[in-house]
Design a protein around this ligand. Structure first.
Ligand code: AP5
Ligand code: MG
Length: 206
């Protein structure tokens, strides 16, 4: 059955990692607003500067690209939004978009993690320079063969700012999706395998 989900949480909480885990048992199309932002930043210096500072970029910019992406997606595929919405205005944009394309949001997965662990993880993270997938000790990406690189926004001051932005702008989504009865709260401090298991268990309730 086709399902539509949002996954959100602080920087480094494991959103990208857990989507890779979910794809092992669920056919999923991923729409990652961070990837959209990174591709916009290549053409737009103002976007690159905002990202470098750890700030959100304008809703309209992200949403315009997201709408264009979604227009090309097959109706029969399940969707997961990684890092979108990021504030309450974006929840409304998403609601209207899903309504227009005849879908509804089934679950909002919130992975929680404390700041100390966020900083610890992101200080050592490497990602694939081509597709952005987090890498461990691999010398090249198992998905696309790209080389490991450090993300431009993974320095301590930017990580702290991203965490602050999460608390100020994104954390209100917890109450919002809670009130819609679609919130799934997951402890992100556990092992990758245990987090994946908890998410799978919550999704199997469908
Ligand atoms: P985005 O790319 O979405 O970044 P983020 O939210 O800061 O999150 P990350 O991608 O850094 O972390 P993650 O949760 O995916 O963790 P990961 O799985 O990699 O956004 C970047 C920027 O784009 C924003 O700051 C903003 O400027 C802009 N932007 C994006 N969306 C926007 C929007 N909607 N509106 C406006 N602006 C927007 O894991 C992290 C590390 O931890 C990895 O090394 C991984 O191996 C490790 N790890 C994962 N899980 C575990 C575990 N359980 N135990 C131990 N290690 C673990
Ligand atoms: Mg990510």
């Amino acid at each position: 059955m086709v399902k539509n989900m949002v996954i959100f949480g602080p920087p480094g909480s494991g959103k990208g990692t857990q989507i890779s885990e979910m794809k092992k048992y669920l056919p999923l199309t991923v729409i990652a607003s961070g990837d959209i932002a990174r591709s916009l930043a290549k053409k737009d210096k103002a976007v690159a500067q905002k990202m470098h500072k750890g700030e959100l970029i304008e809703d309209e910019l992200i949403f315009g690209e997201l709408e264009a992406t979604i227009a090309k997606i097959d109706q029969d595929t399940s969707l997961i939004f990684d890092g979108f919405p990021r504030n309450l205005d974006q929840t409304e944009l998403l609601n209207k978009l899903l309504f227009r394309i005849n879908r509804r949001l089934d679950k909002a997965i919130y992975i929680y993690l404390d700041e100390e662990e966020v900083i610890k993880r992101l200080a050592i993270r490497k990602v694939c320079e081509q597709c952005g997938r987090p890498l461990f000790s691999e010398s090249k990406c198992p998905d696309c063969g790209g080389k490991p690189t450090v993300r431009g926004d993974d320095n301590e001051s930017t990580i702290i700012k991203r965490m602050q932005v999460f608390l100020d702008k994104t954390a209100p989504l917890i109450e919002y999706y809670g009130s819609k009865n679609i919130l799934v709260e997951i402890d992100g401090k556990q092992s990758i395998e245990k987090v994946a298991e908890d998410i799978k268990e919550a999704l199997l309730e469908w």
